[in-house]
Design a protein around this ligand. Structure first.
Ligand code: ADP
Length: 423
């Protein structure tokens, strides 16, 4: 192979898909690996995104996982490394964005890198070093109340500096707006001041496209998924439909949903209102020991040969709270995830080869249950959600088309539209 140019390390699963999707749209052929692969790369691609689960683990563990991923990517010949984190800069006062960035800089002997979660397509913009989510500052966006990574300060220079031993500076919008020469000059100036990491302002895709060429020679780039749109051109790659080409789709079609987000609730309702075959599963019956997965598969079997089926635990906030009150938040979540994953596996046994999964954690559980180690990234269904193609142990190593939709992504008609995109 020997063609891999960009090696990416993502700190969570759906974030990895989001990055892969942006790279594909900018012209790269991309594979996403679930964890660090045990074997060499077996695909002809321009970029690999290694999906870790390192966002909220202890910093030392996040560093160990990331360095493991780096070694594998280097062994595959990656010429540049991209550390991907959330576009809301999700981290704790200890990290892990800062510690992982510095460990990667040490390993790559990289004396300067950038850090910017800007992703204007998703309304994440950075101005004067302050991160906005939509029209409000990060710390007014709801992220200040996040259960694991509360973000109480929108000033990213301050936030990142608190996680780093190296000095953190800013490349502000006035510089970015003037283009590559001005950005390069600013980087030289920051370096002369002893600064090694720069937050970069970007409020539009044009800003990110101006930033791209200035990053061409950096061994390490750290960012959300937005910066990805400006990188493929550095390797002579331009957007093309070939980048997202997947093998032809066949087999039966199904959707499983364990997401309870507002968007997913609307998508389930829309699918039912269009006359789709849908079955709700009840967490309390799982807790009572009923074989809910077996029931769902018996329900699906006579239907799935004729039309796409939907099996969902998706419920509105009040119902979810009530279940969580009875079973505990984590116990309810884990139980439903296991059940939906078993249903996904059973559906593949029934011949499903086009599967949509709704829910970030739910997706992780399903991918594991299906025995998928890596996915080729294909065409986008809605922003942030591409179809993928993967060999699945559950299908005796045959190919399955799979779309993994995190909570709030996708339009109301997502569960219908997804299959038309493949057809
Ligand atoms: P999202 O991407 O929308 O956050 P996730 O799959 O990441 O979706 O998370 C949803 C969580 O809620 C999962 O742990 C899932 O098992 C759990 N869950 C799903 N349905 C219910 C329900 N009806 N009651 C309680 N918990 C549920």
């Amino acid at each position: 192979m020997g063609k891999l140019v960009l090696g990416c390390i993502a700190d969570d699963f759906t974030g990895a898909t989001d990055l892969a999707n942006n790279l594909v749209r900018a012209g790269m052929r991309v594979v996403q690996a679930i964890g660090v692969p045990a074997t060499p790369l077996d695909a002809d691609v321009d970029a690999v995104v290694v999906a870790l689960k390192s966002r909220t683990v202890a910093p030392a563990e996040a560093i160990a996982q990331s360095l493991d991923a780096l070694r594998w990517l280097q062994a595959q010949g990656a010429r540049q490394v991209y550390f991907k984190y959330c576009s809301t800069f999700d981290s704790t006062p200890q990290g892990n964005i800062g510690p992982v960035t510095e460990a990667l800089m040490d390993a790559l002997q990289c004396d300067f890198t950038v850090a910017t979660p800007a992703f204007p397509d998703n309304k994440r913009t950075v101005f004067k070093g302050y991160l906005f989510a939509g029209d409000v500052l990060l710390n007014e966006s709801g992220m200040q109340n996040h259960p694991l990574t509360p973000m109480t300060d929108a000033n990213l220079v301050r936030v990142l500096q608190a996680q780093c031993t190296r000095k953190v500076g800013l490349i502000d919008h006035a510089v970015v707006a003037r283009g590559v020469a001005a950005i390069t000059e600013r980087i030289a100036q920051l370096k002369s001041e002893g600064i090694s990491i720069a937050i970069v302002d970007a409020v539009s895709n044009d800003d990110l496209l101006r930033l791209g060429p200035a990053l061409a020679k950096m061994p390490l780039v750290t960012a959300g998924s937005g910066v990805a749109i400006g990188l493929p051109a550095n390797f002579g790659l331009a957007p093309s439909s070939q980048a997202s080409a997947l093998p032809a789709a066949g087999g039966l079609r199904a959707v499983v949903s364990g997401s309870c987000s507002l968007a997913t609730n609307r998508q389930v309702l829309d699918f039912i209102q269009r006359g789709g075959a849908a079955l709700a599963i009840d967490p309390l019956r799982i807790a009572a020991g009923v074989d809910v997965a077996g029931e769902a598969l018996a329900w699906a079997e006579p239907l799935v040969g004729k039309q796409p089926v939907l099996v969902y635990s998706t419920a509105e906030a009040g119902a979810v709270k009530s279940v969580q009150g009875k079973l505990g938040v984590e116990e309810a979540g884990a139980m439903v995830e296991r059940t939906i994953a078993a249903i996904a596996r059973g559906l593949v046994d029934q011949g499903v080869r086009q599967l949509v999964v709704a829910g970030g954690e739910t997706s992780g559980a399903c991918v594991q249950a299906l025995g998928i180690a890596q996915m080729q990234i294909g065409p986008q269904i809605d922003p942030g959600v591409p179809w993928c193609h993967a060999r699945a142990e559950a299908a005796q190593g045959a190919g399955v088309h799979i779309a993994l939709k995190s909570g709030n992504f996708g339009g109301d008609d997502f569960f219908t539209k997804a299959f038309t995109v493949l057809a």
